[in-house]
Design a protein around this ligand. Structure first.
Ligand code: NAD
Length: 258
């Protein structure tokens, strides 16, 4: 079989948290284009429904949209049950939902700190754990967590200690789960994007004014686009990445090299 045929995701059942827009939407579109049925999970159900509808119309696949808050264990478990009821199995889970707060450490309240850790780290744990239990029973699967280059560097000039710490946690959680579940045939990897043009960056009042400065610093002198993360997502979701587990893929246009 040729490599592109081997990379097909036809028949796979995939969900993406934070899938309504941005990086999650781009990943969901890519895996659907590669043949997978896809569930869009988000707290913003209206946007999730629109995205699921759009992807369904553009591809010959099944889609569904579900409202779930990844910080709520009941929501996460109900979401998994609903996907199993419609799709029958879960082959791939993208734990992608995340938020950012730019607040100086000395001014950050404990609630603000906890909110970021809750969505970015606890949410990834809850989602990966729920998907992992299903995959272990099924005999295998692939989990892909969205970390960030902020797991590896301290971004400047914005103060974002909770975000950086949460994303470093995602990378180490990914490696831990990969080792624990290796012999259960459940692979766990992370993607660490650099600055990508999405709502989170382009329309954030605190981040938008910094874009020019980031671009000056960046070796490629620009931000990335969500579609520039699609190929790695399709690769990690599919069977050609069978020997790839416990890895973190930094896709940042060499930003972390400087
Ligand atoms: P985005 O804000 O455009 O989209 C995030 C989506 O997640 C939204 O649809 C939102 O409704 C959803 N969401 C937020 N909290 C949720 C929750 N508790 N439960 C379920 N859904 C929730 O952001 P994005 O730029 O697409 O970021 C996606 C992921 O990529 C995040 O984990 C982010 O930290 C990471 N990331 C983004 C960049 C970037 O520059 N944009 C860089 C590195 C990493």
């Amino acid at each position: 079989m040729k490599i592109l045929e081997k990379m097909s995701l036809r028949g796979k059942k995939i969900f993406v948290t934070g899938g309504a827009r941005g990086i999650g939407k781009s990943i969901a579109s890519a895996v659907a284009e590669a043949g997978a049925d896809v569930a869009i999970i988000d707290i913003d159900i209206e946007e999730a429904l629109k995205t699921a509808d759009e992807i369904c119309k553009e591809n010959d696949v099944k889609t569904m949209a579900l409202k779930a808050d990844v910080t709520n264990p009941d929501d996460v478990n109900n979401m998994v049950e609903a996907i199993l009821a419609k799709f029958g199995r879960i082959d791939v889970a993208f734990c992608n939902a995340g938020i950012c707060m730019n607040i100086p450490a000395e001014e950050m309240t404990y609630d603000q700190w906890k909110k970021v850790m809750d969505v970015n780290l606890n949410g990834v744990f809850l989602t990966a754990q729920a998907a992992g239990k299903v995959m272990i029973k099924q005999g295998g699967g692939s989990i892909i967590n969205t970390a960030s280059m902020s797991a590896h560097i301290v971004n400047v000039p914005q103060p974002q200690c909770s975000y950086n710490a949460s994303k470093a946690g995602v990378v180490q959680l990914t490696k831990s789960l990969a080792v624990e579940w290796a012999l259960k045939n459940v692979r766990v990897n992370s993607i660490s994007p650099g600055y990508i043009g999405t709502e989170l960056t382009l329309n954030s009042p605190s981040l938008k004014p910094l874009i020019e400065q980031w671009n000056q610093m960046a070796p490629l002198k620009r931000m990335g686009r969500p579609d520039e993360l699609q190929a790695i997502a399709v690769y990690l979701a599919g069977d050609t990445s069978a020997f790839t587990t416990g890895a973190d893929f930094v896709i940042d246009g060499a930003f972390t090299c400087i």
